[in-house]
Structures are given as C-alpha cells and as structure tokens.
Design a protein around this ligand. Structure first.
Ligand code: TEU
Ligand code: CA
Length: 558
C-alpha cells in the first residue's frame, strides 16, 4: 500500500459555464468560481477539476479548443485564471485542468493551416484520407451521430472527427504533434497547476489502416479500432517520461471502453502512465443493446457486479476513480436514487456508497446539494450538441416518435447535469442577474446551496462529514474491498479491511424497508457508527435489523 496524496484526496468538478456568473451575461465564469472558493473550502474538497476554460468557439462547450494557451473570452482573462489558482492554493486546495488532446477545434491554427494544402507543414497534425468510391474513407460513426468523416472540398479529402465535425482528431502518430502537446502541458504545469483530467485519452491511437466496422449499418460503431488502440500505452509512457514524471501531480484519464485489464495498465502502480482512469461500465447498466438512448431500467445486481469487478481487479495493481455523475451524465440522485420523496435520504446513501469504496471520489457541482435532472418541454430549450444531433437523426430524418425521444433525453441527456448551479431562491437561483445560457431547474426554490448551508442535516453537511472521515481513517482510503450479501436485491453491503480494522458499509438501495443480516463469519469486538443518514438507536444490535428506505450506515469494527 503506497501512500499518495491523490489517493487521499476528494476531487470536485466544476463545469464553468454553469457554476456562477459574475457579470450578468448569463454565462458562468472564472471570477464566479473565485467568489465561491470559501464554499468549496467549507465542503472540504482537496482538488478542483476545471472543465475546459480555454479559447473555444463552443461547438461542444469548450471541449473544442482553438487555443490551448489562452482563456475563453466569456470566462474572463488569464489574470482571472491566475487569481483563481492563487485563491485555491492559498486555501490549501489544488487545481486540475482538463486536457483535450484527442482532438482540437477546427478553428485551432494548426487545423486552419492543415486544411490549406496537402503539403502544408501542419497537414499531418490531423487525420486526412481520400474518399473511397465517392464515399467516406470508412464507415465509422461519430459519438455525436452521423459519419466520423467530413469532406473538405479545398484539398478533396476527408478528415476524421470522432466527435463533432468541428472537433477534428489530432494525429498522434506524428511526433511533432506529440511534442507540441507535451510542451503545452509543461507550460501549464510551470504556471503552477497540479494535474490533468485527460479527455478521451484512450482514443488517441487508431488502428492501422483505419478499417471499416464489420457491422452492416451505413455509419457504424468503430470503437474496436480506436478505443485502447495499438500505440496508446506507448504514447502515454512517452508523455509520462517527457512531462508527468517531472511533477508531483494528479492525473486521471477518461477512458470509455476500457476493461479492468486495460485499466491495470493505464493506472498501474509503478506509475508509468496515469494515476487512475474513469471507467464507463457502471454508466452503461441502464442502456439496452441500442446504446445510450435505448434506456432500460438498471438492476442492483448489475451495479454490484460492475463495481465489485473494478474493486477486485485493480486491488494491488492500480487505482480506481469513483464517480456517479459528471457533466456528461444525468444527475445521480435521479438516476440511482429517488429525486422525489426520498431525495435527501437517497442522495446521502449514494454518497456513502461511493465515498466508502476504494479509490479517489469525484463530486460533480450541485451533487452536494442533491440537484436533480430537468425536463424541458421543447427541444429548442436544450443546448447540447449530442442531444441536437441525435434528435435530428432520429426524429427529423428518421421519423422516430418525438415524445419517445424526449423521454430518453429526460433520462440520459447531458443537459440534465448542465443546468446552472442553484445558489439560492432568488430569480435564476442566484446563478446570474441576466438570462442564463441554459434554463435553471424550476426546483431551485426547494433545492439550493443557501438552504443547505442553513440546515445542519443537509446533504451538504453529510458530504462534509464523509470527506472529514476520509482524513481521519486510513481504512477509508487504503482498506481492501469485499462484497457481502451478494444476492440481496435491496441492500448493497461491503467491507473494507486494513490491519485489525474492518469497515462495514450498508446501503439500502430500495425505497422501502429492508432487513440486514450480518454474515456469520463477520466477527468483531467493538463497533462504532461512523456515519448514518437516519437516527439510529445507539444500542441497536447489528446482527439483524431493519433499514429504512435508502438508509445507509457505516460501522467501524475492531
Ligand atoms: O466525453 C467523451 C465520452 O465518451 C462521453 O462522455 C460522451 O461525450 C458522452 O457519453 C456521449 O454520450 C468527453 C467529454 O467529457 C465530453 O463532454 C465531450 O463532449 C467529449 O469528450 C468530446 O471532447
Ligand atoms: Ca459571465
């Protein structure tokens, strides 16, 4: 068990556009974040992950970067950024920047040059191919619907874009491009940042020859040819030796389609690549064979299986990251809990479940006050490019039922997570004095940070307690995980073990009472209730008891 500060940390993710607007233009900004640093300190988080704040035409809200070394005008200036970093550091918090280098914006000067001619020095910074029989070079579909290739008349070739057509993929095969990326990373690290969250970093190496997917559709999923590709570990090891190994920093790679075997290499204990990765496996348990928008009810058995697999498979080999939502995912309380009658109880239960697992926990803005999904009446009220492209393909071109697609958006759409943070019960939830870029969730009068701070039993203070416990008990960070009561359909229970101590984590995922029975082989001398989301009678025996809806308890056993 090697001790590391980034294992002991809790990370808080900010999606700057939606966090806090300081100047009334309706868009969250850097000064807005700086004005809330005391709030974050009060919560107790260690590291702030800032979703992209770089110059961008905002086709994908900053994940399309046109200048990696400048700040987006709407978010402020480099001086504002310096002030934010200083504000974090002076309060003992760290800053992790988003690194988006699988692709850039088509407005990045590299791409502006690249498309000029086939012999331009920047041509090979991107992935250009001639068409095949008057069609795209292969049949890959983009994450955001349609072909992953865009034709460019000027040089009569196509360029690859796994995301929007304004996000051309960078060509990592080109050592010059790689060096530019490393230099840029070094520049930020020398400015004093403490880490990087790396956007879809396991997509940077594409299979030789870019073969078409064997699936029969016009545009088909080609993930086998670009997820965890042939040279990805080589690139990350190079990045590690050129940049990462020179700093005491935190790194997390976003890795859709990575298995635990892949993860054991990306996040290996020897530290030759990254500290940890984001898996997507638990985010897929409510998707049918048709993918993300093919919504199906999820099962506790699936959650147990996926989470336990990641806990067991990385034990002694690598480190996990822990999250239940982010800017791309629905709100966790709406998805895995109950955002109606048991919103507070279930939000606390889910937080307990996640923070007691082995790994570094990530909190997404608004999670700490139990923010929920949103339902807008019309498609026009949505902003997300993924939602609009999908709606266009399915409803406008594909004649699917409008209402059915809207229902899927209500459950899975990324804008669920992107409505402005609800600060108080004043107009627009105190997010802006102007008109917010995306509508505020109408439940802000009930759910907001001001109210949470005034209520000692709020979700906010529950998170504060969870984070404090992490600082007080090594076992929460380093204890070994073991699933118990595997077949129980209501309760997810597990233990963590370190030296003579055991942590017993009991979470009722059901909206009704559930009976907990302690496994016979779990012996202990003394016990201490560390955290709980309902009143508990101190003398209650734990060999057998009834849990209330969404009840969670953590016992420390000796
Ligand atoms: O996301 C990549 C990714 O694979 C998914 O999260 C994807 O956007 C979503 O599930 C679609 O269903 C990263 C960023 O987190 C996301 O915001 C960006 O749009 C995307 O990369 C492109 O940069
Ligand atoms: Ca603003």
């Amino acid at each position: 068990m090697e001790k590391k500060w980034w294992k002991e940390s809790v990370v808080y993710q900010i999606y700057p556009r939606s966090f806090k607007d300081s100047n009334g233009d309706g868009i969250g900004d850097l000064k807005g974040i700086t004005s809330k640093l005391d709030y974050l300190k009060e919560l107790g988080i260690d590291v702030l992950w800032l979703s992209p704040v770089y110059k961008s035409p905002n086709d994908d809200n900053g994940y399309d970067i046109s200048d990696y070394q400048a700040i987006m005008d709407e978010f402020g200036t480099m001086e504002d950024w310096d002030e934010l970093l200083a504000g974090l550091h002076s309060r003992g918090m760290k800053m992790m920047m988003d690194l988006v280098v699988n692709h850039s914006s088509d407005e990045h000067h590299w791409f502006v040059e690249s498309r000029k001619s086939k012999d331009n020095p920047y041509r090979d910074y991107y992935i250009w191919r001639p068409g095949k029989d008057g069609q795209e070079p292969n049949n890959w579909t983009s994450f955001f619907s349609g072909s992953a290739w865009q034709y460019d008349e000027h040089t009569d070739e196509y360029f690859l874009h796994l995301f929007s057509k304004k996000q051309p993929d960078l060509n990592w095969e080109n050592p010059k491009l790689r060096q530019e990326v490393y230099d840029m990373m070094t520049w930020w690290l020398d400015k004093g940042i403490d880490g990087f969250r790396m956007d879809v970093i396991n997509l940077i190496s594409k299979a030789d020859g870019l073969p078409s997917s064997p699936g029969g559709k016009r545009y088909d999923w080609g993930g086998d040819y670009f997820m965890n590709g042939p040279r990805v570990h080589e690139y990350l090891q190079e990045m590690n030796s050129e940049v990462l190994s020179k700093y005491d920093m935190i790194t997390v790679g976003e890795c859709p389609g990575a298995s635990t075997e892949d993860a054991a290499q990306y996040a290996n204990n020897e530290g030759t690549e990254l500290n940890m990765i984001f898996t997507f496996e638990h985010m897929d348990i409510d998707s049918g064979p048709g993918g993300k928008w093919d919504v199906k009810p999820w099962k506790l058995a699936d959650l147990k299986e996926v989470m336990s697999k990641w806990q067991y498979d990385l034990e002694g080999k690598g480190w996990n990251s822990l999250y239940l939502n982010n800017h791309d995912q629905p709100r966790m309380v709406s998805r895995f809990g109950d955002d109606g009658s048991y919103r507070v109880e279930s939000a606390k239960m889910l937080a307990t479940f996640l923070h007691m697992l082995k790994g570094t926990p990530y909190i997404y803005q608004g999670e700490e006050i139990g923010m929920t999904n949103v339902r807008f009446d019309s498609i026009e009220e949505y902003n997300d490019i993924e939602i609009h492209n999908m709606y266009g393909e399915k409803v406008i071109e594909g004649n699917e039922d409008h209402q059915r697609v809207m229902e899927a958006i209500y459950v899975k759409g990324r804008d669920n997570a992107r409505t402005p943070v609800q600060w108080d019960d004043s107009e627009n939830a105190g997010f802006t004095t102007g008109t917010p870029w995306l509508k505020v969730n109408p439940n802000y009068k009930e759910i907001n940070a001001k109210k949470a701070l005034e209520d000692k039993d709020s979700i906010f203070y529950y998170y504060q307690k969870l984070i404090q416990l992490r600082k007080e008990h090594d076992i929460i960070v380093y204890g070994k995980y073991e699933l118990i009561l595997e077949d129980n359909e209501q309760i997810y229970a597990y233990t963590r073990s370190l030296a003579d101590e055991k942590l017993l984590v009991i979470c009722n995922f059901a909206g009704e009472n559930a009976t907990f029975t302690l496994p016979n082989d779990l012996k202990y001398g003394s016990r201490e209730l560390l955290i709980h989301n309902y009143e508990v009678d101190a003398h209650e025996e734990i060999s057998n008891f009834v849990l209330k809806p969404y009840e969670a308890r953590v016992y420390l056993l000796n």
